[in-house]
Design a protein around this ligand. Sequence first.
Ligand code: SF4
Length: 473
Amino acid sequence: MKIGICADREDFFYDLHSLVKSFFPDDDVSVFSQKEYEERGGEYDLMIRVEIPPYEPSLRKEAKDALKRKLYESLRDYLGRDLPWGMLSGIRPVRIPLKVLRDGGSLKEAGRVLLRENFVSPEKTELAVRIASKEKAILERLPIGEKSYSLYVHIPFCPSICLYCTFSSSPISLWEKRADGYLDAVVREMHVRHDAMMKEGWNKGPTTVYIGGGTPTSLAAAQLDRLLSRIEEIWDLTGTLEYTVEAGRPDSFSADKLRVLKNHGVTRISVNPQTMNDSTLELIGRRHTAKDTVRAFHMAREAGFDNINMDIILGLPGEGEEEVRRTCEEIIALGPDSLTVHSLAVKRASRLKLNILEDRMKDGDMADRGDFRGYSLENSGEIMDIASDAAERMGMEPYYLYRQKNMRGNLENTGFASPGRECLYNILIMEELETIAAFGAAASTKRVYPDGRIERSISPKDVKTYLERMENL
Ligand code: SF4
């Protein structure tokens, strides 16, 4: 269906579009002003007309919320259905109840803001308030302040590229000879920016360190050793509370790499199955099996890691309740310390279904694997419940949550953890309460000011461009 949103003036276009898209995730939604429409016209199956009342610039947020409320109520009444997250279209719904709690409000007040003012369902309100209260308790224990920061290092290589991937990553096979050059550039960037930070008074070491990607363990053991040694030389890690390396892909694990991580004081790693069904793993281009995941997990435990996260994705092609249940049972048998449950976003799913699969089939890479067009991309509240029940059976509680645009069923990604095994970095980055100094291609540095203002700077996504820039640093 083609849907037009015609506003009487050019304002709040992004918010209007996001809200209507939440009700019509699979439809073609465009937003334009009355003037624009008069000039170019156009045929629409549904035209939504929006009047934007005048407002004081200082009251922009209030005006936007009032407009969204009105639009939400009209669409809800017209369609006869609510959305689980109501009119919230942002990626961090927990920030709202967290702010109420941090300002001294009660759990009830935090819930009321979500339920009454944002039309969030009672179930999602309960979840968000529960997470906000957990985050508040954790944040109160963290030594965060004006000049505190966490460190992120991006390793943009993976053993192979998963079909749903929208991160910045390249196959390590293409970069093997130049991976050392990439590490040199990252180290150089860290040296230069560390010196600048010290001059500005950022004297303390990082609160947390997170090496992500990509798959950092795509690097050879000697390269990992070099990277982690340089990090230790440059930054003071004596007060660092958490050191994560997103090992991720089981096909990148080896005992010597795990030894390197352990020797350098890494406290938390992830072994990400995404699914424990081999046919899906093959379909999504992950070149490992469920058995490899089990092997990698045991290897990590044997290496002494007592904080292991596992990631799963719901809504993968061809996976329904039965497949997710099987995945969850196998994960319960392993007993990780935290479980992150992702819901495949429609945007990714559409790309997955229509573009990448077709491209790869054309390239011959996957030409012998059948017609993928018939696969469903299913996710629902019931499937999410299977995953959260599994987390509960492992003694975990939800501790962080975020949403992406165009998520199937308007759902969310949730991190569950056993008590004391919550990922501090995930909370800090999600709630934007501490500066993140990020290094490497596609890394996004966020400077958080005491008044809540946030300044972002993103490194070039393309590794070659990043290397050129670092040469001139
Ligand atoms: S492991 Fe993650 S970063 Fe690497 S290709 Fe797969 S989805 Fe992308």
